[in-house]
Write a protein that binds this ligand. Structure first.
Ligand code: PLP
Length: 319
């Protein structure tokens, strides 16, 4: 059953919200092929190159207390990624923003994880030339999820450093948010085998890169550092830079090696899925005094306060 029948894919569908009872969509709402659908009905063709070749880009923005957080930065990154991949959609930026907020409003969720995806699609004539493909837009809003659970947020995560190398930026531009995750997933299995909860993997020079859906920061003598090479420039990472400016803390991007990571006073990871999350153990090394540190706490508090600030967030019109 669809929530609304779409018009032609080039124009926004008329939204016919027949189900004012939002509790009907606890698993969220998706938009694809001009229609809003319950999550369970949003299905992609197995012939889509997004599925067959990971030929896709995407972005994820979150909603907290009924407000998008830094939506403009996520839309900027999404559109830049599509441009670099030479993908085109029949929707304008304003229309995509409207689709995303409609997914959230129809779902009824006040905190949500909202994904926008552009896949290469496929060619109607089965041509192997990517220029002939009809690109496809998919969006969905599902309940908010976090990399770290409540207990891990209180005591800090235990991370293992895997020897797995993140795909080279010469192969895939990491600024294009992508689904090339086989290295990250291998890192996770390495970490589980080592008894840790999640993983960081390394770049081609054996410096620390990033983890499965997150960036990492160190704090040493009050100065913050995050890897600058072979990482997705995360929006939460950018938020940390912005918060540091406000708090008069020094923060920069550059090489971080394994020893520097383990010798830090504090370590935390950053992701749209959970925000700023503390790390208190890396391999066998206890970080600082083994407790969540004061800089991590200060940044986390300010990060969550910004969720109500109109300069950082946008109200969603629930109907
Ligand atoms: N690195 C990778 C590989 C990611 O997939 C993500 C987010 O999913 C991040 C870092 C964190 O980025 P953001 O803060 O924009 O969520």
């Amino acid at each position: 059953m669809t929530l609304a029948v779409g018009e032609a894919a080039t124009s926004l569908p008329v939204i016919e919200d027949r189900h004012h009872d939002h509790r009907k969509y606890p698993h969220g709402v998706a938009f694809m092929d001009g229609q809003y659908l319950p999550m369970s009905e949003a299905k992609v063709s197995v012939l889509d190159w997004g599925f067959l070749h990971s030929d896709a880009t995407y972005d994820t923005v979150h909603v907290w207390d009924g407000r998008f957080f830094r939506l403009n930065l996520h839309l900027d990154r999404f559109f830049k990624g599509m441009e670099k991949l030479r993908m085109k959609l029949p929707y304008s930026r304003d229309e995509i923003e409207k689709i995303l907020s409609t997914c959230v409003a129809l779902s009824g969720h006040k905190s949500a994880y909202v994904e926008m995806i552009c896949t290469r699609g496929g060619s109607p004539t089965f041509s192997r030339d990517p220029r002939q493909a009809e690109n496809r837009f998919i969006a969905f809003a599902v309940p908010f999820g976090s990399v770290a659970n409540k207990e891990q947020l209180e005591r800090g995560l235990h991370i293992a450093i895997s020897d797995t190398v993140r795909i080279s930026p010469r192969s895939i531009d990491p600024a294009i948010k992508n689904y090339h995750w086989l290295d990250l997933v291998k890192g996770l299995f390495d970490a589980y085998d080592a008894g840790a909860e999640t993983a960081l993997i390394v770049d081609t020079n054996d410096n620390i890169a990033e983890g499965a859906g997150f960036n990492v920061f160190t704090v040493k003598d009050g100065i913050l550092k995050t890897p600058g090479y072979s990482v997705l420039p995360g929006i939460t990472r950018q938020s940390v830079f912005d918060l540091c400016t406000e708090l008069h803390l020094s923060a920069s991007a550059g090489d971080v090696n394994r020893d520097q990571l383990k010798a830090a006073d504090e370590v935390f990871i950053t992701s749209t899925a959970g925000g700023i999350m503390p790390v208190t153990k890396i391999d066998d090394a206890v970080i600082g005094n083994g407790k969540v540190g004061p800089v991590t706490r200060q940044l986390t508090d300010l990060y969550w306060k910004k969720h109500a600030d109109p300069a950082w967030s946008t109200q969603i019109a629930y109907r």
